[in-house]
Design a protein. Sequence first.
Length: 108
Amino acid sequence: MKNKYIGKWRIVEMELWDKDFIDLVAPGRITIRKGGLGSFKFGAVQLDMDCRIEKQGDDERLEFSLEGSDEGDPVSARGWALVQGSEMTGRIYFHLGDDSGFKATKSQ
């Protein structure tokens, strides 16, 4: 896993959910560790991440699968993210459910 992805990211914006919902239980955050595992948490959603770096020509992006719960109900999802400097932007797609763009900032 490349260093620019590793760390703690604070979710500051999502297309479908406002800031109050993002921080409903705890501050919304994404955590990515060296081995490519991590977590994605916002609202009442808690997901474990499995991350991979995908090359697209000369460009790359982080792609991930997600598994966990939403208000205690099991959910799965997938997504992708791009990092430029201290900002991460991407999209999350819930299996048979909603999808939303997101923006996060590095909070180390």
